[in-house]
Design a protein around this ligand. Structure first.
Ligand code: 13P
Length: 306
């Protein structure tokens, strides 16, 4: 259903400062239209679209979620591996999410290209909340990003949409970047509730002060996580497009156009090229494969799509 449009955006370069051949051609058509139909409202739509095409160039984003894995020795090895990969930080954001207790070690050892993030954060401020890690404490460690609402937190630790919204709000108030994870379970997909679930999860956060600079949306179908079962390109594109359309309707066109929507769920070196080519896929949140040397190949796949 989507195959004819899957590659359209990435094949036709949209540049902020440069002028593409597509742009020259569309401008020519708009001018012709303007000449024949002055004052048409359709013209405004056409101009809007050309304008939108001009600003659309989302920087790819890649996350490595180490989940609850790693000893000091393993972290050292993983970081040595990361430091051997080369990529251009102007063209790709890569964020590594170690456990809380390995944050310091990871950030001390990784080379400058990598950002470090936390896998969760507290919904409460600093204070008498035993065992919680506040966003103030995260910020104080000079960690700039946090995951919020990962399905494993929702599934095993009772994080509801409401808790996710509270965490997002407090993270943004403390100037952290937040990667908000959403996605349906297998049962929800089989009952054709994917769109309903995605809409509900977006509704929960849409009143937060969302900006494309501080928020990344991770679409992680629960059935694809750690299962080796990756979403097909059609399923991934359809879900990402659903998310972007709904954000346009409920948040703003500007946010929807510029926010990075990344895919997570059994991404590996073998499927990364195909998924990153999709129109609305702006990167990945990788679990298992981020603990393996193939993460370097995934970095290259995402970097070469930019
Ligand atoms: P896997 O890549 O292991 O399926 O995990 C995905 C994930 O949960 C990333 O947050």
């Amino acid at each position: 259903m989507y195959s004819s449009t899957l590659y359209s955006r990435k094949n036709s370069e949209c540049m902020i400062l440069g002028i593409s051949t597509d742009f020259v051609f569309s401008s020519f058509l708009v001018l012709q239209f303007c000449w024949f139909y002055p004052g048409s409202t359709l013209l405004c739509d056409v101009l809007d679209n050309v304008n939108m095409a001009l600003v659309t160039k989302r920087k790819p984003w890649l996350g490595g979620n180490w989940k609850s894995n790693g000893t000091k020795v393993q972290v050292q090895k993983l970081v040595d591996q990361l430091n051997s990969f080369k990529f251009n930080i102007e063209k790709l954001d890569v964020v590594i999410f170690p456990t809380f207790i390995h944050l310091h070690l990871t950030s001390a050892l990784t080379s400058q290209g990598y950002a470090i993030g936390t896998q969760s954060c507290s919904a409460t401020k600093s204070g008498a909340y035993t065992g919680e890690i506040s966003t103030e404490a995260i910020k104080d460690l000079e960690i700039g990003t946090t995951l919020i609402g990962h399905s494993e937190r929702r599934q095993y630790y009772g994080e509801t949409d409401d808790v996710v919204a509270k965490k997002l709000k407090i993270a943004l108030e403390n100037s952290l970047c937040a990667v908000v994870c959403i996605g349906e379970t297998l049962q929800e997909r089989e009952e054709s509730k994917t769109t309903e679930v995605l809409h509900r999860q977006i509704d929960a956060i849409r009143d937060c002060p969302l900006s494309a600079q501080s928020v990344v949306i991770a679409y992680e179908p629960v059935w694809a996580i750690g299962s080796g079962k990756v979403a097909t390109p059609e399923q991934a594109q359809e879900a990402h497009q659903t998310i972007r359309h709904y954000l346009k309707e409920k948040v703003s066109a500007e946010f929807a156009e510029n926010v990075r929507i990344v895919y997570g769920g059994s991404v590996n070196a073998g499927n990364a090229d195909c998924l990153i080519a999709l129109e609305d896929v702006d990167g990945f949140l990788v679990g298992g494969a981020s603990l393996k040397p193939e993460f370097g190949t995934i970095i290259q796949s995402v970097a070469s799509a930019s």
